[in-house]
Design a protein around this ligand. Sequence first.
Ligand code: UDP
Length: 463
Amino acid sequence: MEEGKAKSSHVLVLPYPIQGHINPLLQFADGLASKGVKASLVVPLRIHGDILHKVDTSSLATIPLEYISDGYDDGVPLTFDPGAYDISLQRVGSQTLGELIARLAVDGLQPVCLIYDSILQWALDIAHAHGILGVAFLTQSYAVSSMCSLYHRCALVAQAEPDACFSLPGMPPLSLQDLPKFIAQPKADRFLLDLLLGQFKNIDKADYVLLNSFDCLETGVIEGMAEPWSPKMIGPALPSLYLDSRNTRATKTGDEQGKLVNCLGWVDERPDGSVVYVSFGSLAALTVEQMEEIGGALRSIKWPFLWVVRPPYAYEQGRNSLPDGFLDATSEQGLVVPWCPQLEVLAHRAIGCFVSHCGWNSTLEAISQGVPMVAVPQWSDQPTNAKFISDVWKMGIRVEVDEKEVVRSGELERCIREVMDGETGAELRENGQRWKKLARAAVADGGSSDNNIKEFVAMVSRC
Ligand code: UDP
């Protein structure tokens, strides 16, 4: 590829405006920039302060931001309604996205392509209306994407019996509790079901399809399901720093980053492999009962813990609250933070296990750092990711939940013990190291994902 040619191609990258979608699309944009493509990230004005300060700042230094509106420029209301938000995002977002593309053309920065989060399927029409390529980017695994696509073609569950077993090519036998929650319980989460199935409405019209996973992680599923929209796997889309064999700490500045570094300072003081890292991502909001049980488990283990407890939004009242007296009782043993630089934490020598909700980014991040997991899936695609973590990649164990779908403290404690110093733990760590090498090989020069990215860059540079 000619360097100069790629540089003249301007590419817009449009994530769904939540953390777990911004992170991989920003990292992909950063990867394109490192290959000479001019990539800009398009976000709603509203999220500038709220979400962007939590992403890897080194990537933001190289990727310019462009803004659209989601109709909520002054912030989301206390009574947040995701359905109403989505309608507004589509209506106002598509109008302002069209205006942005037109303005960029006038300014001599005409984009040749719009890489849009596949959840924002309406963006494809905007790209095509402006005569540019529309590239769908899927932020979930190939397996989950296939399940959604299959459901969309009306072939998966409808009213399944509770003990039903699903057999899909290339996948382990799946029970109802292994399917994405919005598929297993469609009535309980109609909004998410519509949003995720919507990705496949027009995917056959996309000019290119990218997916944040890597070939050898999902070989069986790729061969078994052989999706007609044949995505190119480009992951794991993470800052290259964490895929490099030398894991040095990123330099951060500013007050906000200062707090995060303090949390790393605390981790620095712990022995190798001794810390239990607990995080449920950027969206899950746990009930009081579940928080009590997690608190109970952490109090009773002998290892230090780092627990990320995301402060609840106003509309999540009562959720994610720490058990009474927890901080005082555990101040010697653990640290609770509202947010941490997760990749840096996972890459740290002191981390022994990751108690995770199994969001797809967290899963890829744990795989890329070889950290064994205790899988505590909550909703969305997390049950399926948990199934693959435990039964396919054998990098973690999944907790059992009771009839109220709560994981009890004794069960969580048992799983943490098993991973930290049980027989299974040693095997999981070994597998983790294997996956870590494979993840790095995929994005290294000449690896499967790297080749797919190069092919994509060559295609863009011809536009
Ligand atoms: N994350 C982080 N610090 C935290 C918690 C989460 O940096 O304290 C990042 C994490 O590294 C991941 C993203 O937020 O990249 C969460 O995405 P994921 O798909 O795992 O879960 P979601 O938040 O979408 O449920």
